[in-house]
Each structure stands twice: as C-alpha cells, then as structure tokens.
Design a binder for this molecule. Structure first.
Ligand code: HEC
Ligand code: HEC
Length: 303
C-alpha cells in the first residue's frame, strides 16, 4: 500500500469509528428489546379476536412470581451450565428455541402453555407439558429428566406461562413453531456437505464441533458429535431439521427472519444440509424402543 492510500484508509477508518460513535450516542441502548408489533390472537375458527405483543423482560419484575419466571428464563438460556446433572451435551434449551422462545418459526414457547396436555404421536398418548420438556431434556439435550415437582421444572413452566400473557386456552397467537418445507423433495447429502462448508462451518466448525468462549461455554453450539443432540431428538429428523435451518439459519444482524438472515437457503438447500449434518455421528438414544409404538413412523424417523 502507498503512503497516500494508507492515509486515505486511515481517514476512512476514523470516519467509520466516528459514525459508529455517533450512532451509539443517538441510539441510547435500552436494557431490553423493544416491544414488538402486534400479532393476531385467533379463536378456534381462525378468527382474529385480539392482539398479542411479545412482552419485554423488564415487565417480569412486576409479576407476583417474578423470581420463578426469572429463574426459568436463566435455566432456558444457560441450561448446560446451570443443570449439569440433567444436560448430557453442550446445548441450552434456547439453542433451538431461539430468542428465548419469542420468535415465530424458531420453536417459540408463546402458545406452549395453552397447547398442553396434548396427544403426542411419538409417545402415542396424551402428555403433560412437564413431560414434553423432559422429552427435550432426554433427546435434544441427551440428558436426564427433571422431577415434575422440582423448583427448576416449575421455573421453566412459569417462564412459558408468563410469555403467553393473557392469551387463554382454546385461542392461539398467530406464530408458527416451524415454517413449511416441501416434503416431496429428496435430500442430497453430498450437496449438503458443500453448503455446510460455505454457510455453516464458520460458526459451527469444520467438524460440527461448535465454538466455545474463554469460560468454556459454547457460543456456537455443536451440530454433531458427543456434545450434540441424540438420534431421538426432533432435530435428528431430516425434514424437521430442514424446517429449522431454512427459517432460522444462518443468523445475522439487521434483517427480519427469526434472528436475521432467514430465507438465505432454498427448501432444497436446507434439506440437503439438514440430511448431511443430522446423519453425522451423534449419541444413540436408549429409549428409542418405545417410540412410534403401534403407529406408522414418519419417513425421516431415525429408527
Ligand atoms: C436440539 C434442539 C432443541 C433443544 C436443545 C431443545 N429443544 Fe425443545 N424442541 C425442539 C424442537 C425441534 C421441537 C418441536 C418438536 C417436534 O416437532 O418434534 C421442540 C419442542 C419443545 C416443546 C413443545 C413446544 C410446543 O409448543 O409444543 C417444549 C415445551 C420444549 N421443546 C422445551 C424445551 C426445553 C425446556 C428444552 C431444554 C431443557 C428444550 N426444549 C431443548 C428442539 C429442541
Ligand atoms: C453466524 C453464526 C452461525 C451460522 C453461520 C450458522 N449458525 Fe446455526 N446457530 C448459531 C447460533 C448462535 C445458534 C444457537 C442459537 C442461539 O443461541 O440463539 C445456532 C443454532 C443452530 C442449530 C440448533 C442447535 C444445535 O446445535 O443443534 C442448528 C441445527 C443450526 N444452528 C444449524 C445451522 C446450519 C445448518 C447452518 C448453515 C446453513 C448454520 N446453523 C449457520 C450460529 C450460526
């Protein structure tokens, strides 16, 4: 570089830093995310009967059970660190229930409290919400269940119940747990390997191992190997993983989607990369013998 171009890049960098400083000054950081747009509340016939807004965490303090809700929030965010006896891998609940379960298409908890008890096809019976949470602990977290009457279970349920606000059972906030994917497409794992290297490896690692911070906590969660979800998890299934990846990954700033740059991948791209990483080595699930008993398995079931 010549001294002249060095000078110019110096000026450019100074200008960028100054602009950044001005931006920060103009946009005083608040302690919480802004309250989002109104989302329709639908009755059983799909008719709009009201509005729901994702509540700001600052409002938790005014709740009579604030302590339980706040503990639930922490447990869902920092599960691996806070519940080492129950979590058998490197994930937190909110590694998959993104944005604290407040985002459509990324496994939100918004309608969860009002959805249970409900029939669970995998178990072929009606289950309580605590049992559903334990399902994720044993499969997605490759760990052990929490007692239904434990402080921790109660705290997680309290957070989910707070998140629904005043939306009552029998009605539904118009968010999706996962977006649609074309199930007639056939996955190509070789193509998926190439997409993985281009779109995912920067954060999740060339070998799917994720990335840890200095404290040893994952900042980017692993996608396969011993610290990942086991073969019994919903995300171990190609089409379910593709739904998540298509709408929630790769995350980036300043765009809509669940946490940024959703919609980067086509259905075929998402399916190919999902087939690739879900079928890389991961823990087995001993309880698999009891799944889909007496029922037709979904086409992407792993066993
Ligand atoms: C590896 C990703 C992953 C992790 C980690 C994970 N989950 Fe899930 N969870 C899912 C997916 C995917 C679904 C949708 C279920 C399906 O269709 O199989 C789900 C479903 C649920 C549901 C049902 C939601 C509803 O409204 O029906 C609850 C509740 C839940 N998870 C709670 C938790 C909790 C609590 C934890 C942590 C202890 C956790 N999950 C960890 C992926 C994950
Ligand atoms: C910019 C970094 C980044 C990129 C690129 C990225 N991810 Fe992620 N991914 C994350 C983060 C961060 C999370 C955890 C979500 C959270 O903590 O909010 C995550 C979570 C996940 C999860 C659920 C948790 C787990 O570990 O199983 C899957 C699956 C996933 N990503 C797949 C992908 C795929 C496939 C791609 C490429 C198409 C991709 N990601 C690209 C950062 C990234």
């Amino acid at each position: 570089m010549t001294s002249r171009s060095l000078l110019f890049s110096g000026i450019a960098i100074t200008a960028i830093i100054a602009a950044g400083g001005a931006f920060i000054l103009m946009h005083q950081p608040t302690l919480d995310a802004p309250v989002g747009d109104a989302i329709a509340v639908l009755d059983a016939n799909g008719k709009r009967i009201g509005d729901y807004r994702v509540p700001a965490d600052s409002t938790i303090a005014t709740e009579p059970n604030a302590e339980a809700i706040l503990l639930g929030k922490r447990l869902l965010n920092e599960t691996a660190r806070l519940l080492p006896a129950n979590v058998g891998n490197g994930l937190n609940c909110n590694s998959c229930h993104m944005g604290q379960g407040k985002l459509s298409d990324a496994n939100p908890y918004i309608n969860t409290t009002n959805t249970y008890p409900s029939f669970n096809p995998r178990a072929n019976r009606e289950i309580e919400l605590s049992m559903r949470i334990n399902g994720c602990l044993q499969r997605s977290m490759n760990g052990k269940p929490l007692a239904a009457d434990s402080t921790e279970m109660h705290a997680m349920l309290s957070y989910m119940n707070w998140l629904r606000q005043d939306v009552v059972k029998g009605t539904k906030v118009a968010v999706r747990n996962a977006g649609p994917i074309d199930e007639s497409l056939v996955p190509d794992p070789q193509r998926g390997r190439t997409i993985y290297a281009a779109q995912c490896a920067a954060c999740h690692g060339a070998n799917g191992q994720g990335m840890k911070d200095q404290a040893g906590d994952y900042i980017f969660p692993p996608l396969w190997g011993d610290d990942s979800f086991n073969i019994g998890a919903g995300l171990a299934r190609t089409y379910k993983a593709a739904q998540f990846v298509k709408y929630a990954m790769p995350p980036a700033m300043h765009l809509n989607a669940p946490l940024g740059a959703g919609g980067v991948l086509s259905d075929q791209d998402a399916l190919d990369v999902a087939e690739f990483f879900t079928h890389m080595p991961r823990p087995d699930f001993a309880g698999k013998v009891n799944d889909w008993k007496g029922l037709k398995k979904p086409k992407d079931a792993r066993y």
